[in-house]
Write a protein that binds this ligand. Structure first.
Ligand SMILES: [Zn+2]
Length: 101
């Protein structure tokens, strides 16, 4: 395949993945609903539909540590190597929901 095409593809994927859920870190392009929702039905583009629905977090008691644990388990199920798991666990600490903690 033409090299330029490959680079374009990768760039587009990066664009898509830039917008991540600010709670769990999942790229919103993988969210079937395309984002969280507010009480009045508007989209909330900061969070995914698994974390945020009807104007509130689905799991408001969740701690940063628990979220990291969830991400680790999910990645382990997908057979991701340890360094990806460590990277994602770190990435979660940089998301908007957890930054103030
Ligand atoms: Zn999420």
């Amino acid at each position: 395949m033409c090299e330029m095409k490959v680079i374009k593809k990768i760039k587009r994927q990066m664009e898509l993945e830039r917008q991540r859920c600010q709670s769990c870190g999942m790229p919103l392009c993988y969210d079937p609903k395309g984002g969280g929702s507010e009480k009045d039905g508007r989209r909330n583009p900061d969070y995914c539909s698994f974390c945020y629905e009807d104007g509130a977090f689905k799991d408001p008691e969740l701690t940063l540590g628990q979220m990291q644990q969830r991400a680790r388990e999910l990645l382990r199920k997908r057979n991701q190597p340890w360094y990806i798991r460590a990277y994602m666990a770190h990435r979660i600490t940089t998301l908007k929901r957890w930054r103030s903690n």
